[in-house]
Write a protein that binds this ligand. Structure first.
Ligand SMILES: O=c1[nH]cnc2c1ncn2[C@@H]1O[C@H](COP(=O)(O)OP(=O)(O)O)[C@@H](O)[C@H]1O
Ligand SMILES: [Ca+2]
Length: 430
């Protein structure tokens, strides 16, 4: 059978189109791109898929964030989705026996292996950043834990740089969470949208970060509160501060009159005006068990507890005037406690004011005077949040947006820190 010239031309064109489609698909899935095994040869023409793995070694738990991105060389990376898993307790709980942390880390790494195509493992950066739990440990104990994790990471199939396991400084923690929130709200890539501030209340430390509009804030803030950094070709100057020891669990210990890492003496107990009078409980913090007892006070529980907390916070927190006029997102324990006090929907979050927290604190403390509820510390914790927000300088009518997730991505420093990491790799590259 004779095939006409026209048919040959058609077969040839069909072959070319199929081949181009195949190449595009391979690049799109990350298969067979020039990028395999290296960060230094990205294709400029095609969007490629890549992943980043960030471990958050928090004081109360360890979490894995697996981010899937698409990227063309000149664009900022676009987030496709996040996979998130968490386990308890935090890394610092294994301070006296680092080997015991292995199982949990391996369990979380297994999730990454399941989610990320195996041909991309060796180009996927694997990073762990530890926060307050490890900052509060004696240096040697913290270093032993970091070395242990680094060994596990080095034996994994992922891309592991020399700085893959570190203790993050508090300012970077605040800035990274601020990047996350402003990226997810769309403010970072859209100059028409106002940048928002962020409040994170962890177990060991708490951060406040915002972008000052007022030159006076930049001029008058104490040393260490203003930080400039570059990301995606823009320079930002932020007000950001992390208060170590003022996370919710560390604050509880301070309010109770205990000290980090110091067990009580035989027969000793901590008395507090923040629990129902006479109520006794054993409370564990950082692997130490404290005996705690409610103290009889002349005043109602809310007032006596608030006075105690205010004394503990005295002169510890800087007030920045400008915060009154800015929109703030709050998460972590702000969120968990607002949900526990029924101020917000536990799934959706919501908007609440300082006054809402105060009313809830008064109600819970009043109930606690008669009988300690399911969480005997709820009165103390809500009072602490009210006092902390007051010390930051927020007026009672100030409303916050409480969010655990925005567009299905966790509101945490992890995404911002991953962006920062990618950006630093890219800067080395070009
Ligand atoms: O990625 C996250 N998603 C949801 N909640 C988180 C995430 N990271 C931290 N949290 C919340 O933060 C609080 C504990 O803070 P964390 O253990 O990180 O202490 P730290 O930041 O002082 O080290 C808990 O309320 C925990 O649920
Ligand atoms: Ca945290």
């Amino acid at each position: 059978m004779k095939i006409s010239k026209l048919t040959w031309a058609f077969i040839f064109c069909a072959f070319i189109v199929t081949y181009i489609a195949y190449l595009t698909w391979r690049r799109g899935t990350g298969l067979g791109t020039e990028d395999e095994g290296s960060y230094h040869s990205a294709s400029d023409k095609f969007a490629q898929i890549f992943y980043g793995i960030m471990f958050d070694a928090g004081s109360t738990g360890t979490r894995i964030h697996i981010f899937k991105f698409t990227h063309t060389a000149k664009d900022t990376p676009k987030l496709v989705y996040e996979i998130f898993r968490a386990l308890k307790p935090g890394l610092s709980a294994y301070a006296d026996d680092p080997d015991k942390c292995t199982q949990g880390i391996l369990q979380l790494l297994e999730v990454a292996k399941q989610e990320i195509p195996s041909n991309l493992w060796k180009v996927t950066p694997l990073v762990l950043k530890a926060t307050a739990g490890l900052r509060l440990l004696p240096g040697e104990k913290a270093q032993n834990l970091l070395n242990k994790v680094k060994g596990i990471f080095k034996a994994s199939p992922f891309y592991v740089g020399d700085d893959c396991v570190t203790i993050m400084n508090g300012t970077d923690e605040g800035i990274s969470a601020w990047i996350t929130v402003n990226f997810l709200t769309g403010s970072l890539n859209n100059s028409e949208k106002k940048l928002v501030g962020m409040l994170d209340l962890g177990g060991g430390s708490t951060q406040i970060t915002f972008h000052p509009d007022d030159e006076k804030t930049l001029q008058s803030s104490p040393e260490g509160y203003i930080t400039s950094f570059q990301m995606f070709n823009t320079t930002y100057s932020l007000y950001s501060y992390s208060y170590l020891g003022l996370g919710l669990m560390s604050a509880r210990l301070k309010i109770l009159g205990g000290f980090e890492g110091q067990p009580l003496k035989e027969g000793e107990e901590l008395l507090t005006p923040c629990l129902s009078p006479g109520f006794q409980i054993e409370w564990q913090h950082a692997k130490i068990t404290y005996k705690v007892k409610g103290q009889k006070a002349g005043e109602p529980l809310f007032e006596s507890c608030f006075n105690k907390v205010e004394k503990m916070l005295y002169n510890k927190v800087h007030k920045a005037k400008e915060i009154m006029d800015l929109e703030f997102y709050a998460f972590s324990y702000y969120y968990d406690l607002a949900a526990e006090a029924d101020l917000i929907d536990a799934e959706k979050g919501g908007r609440i004011s300082v006054e809402d927290f105060e009313i809830a604190a008064k109600n819970v403390c009043k109930r606690t005077e008669d009988v300690a509820g399911h969480n005997p510390f709820l009165c103390m914790d809500l009072v602490y949040i009210c006092a902390l927000l007051k010390e930051f300088g927020f007026p009672k009518n100030k409303v916050f947006q409480l969010a655990r997730k925005i567009n299905d991505v966790e509101t945490s420093w992890a995404l911002g820190a991953t962006f920062h990491y990618i950006d630093s790799i890219n800067r080395l590259r070009y």
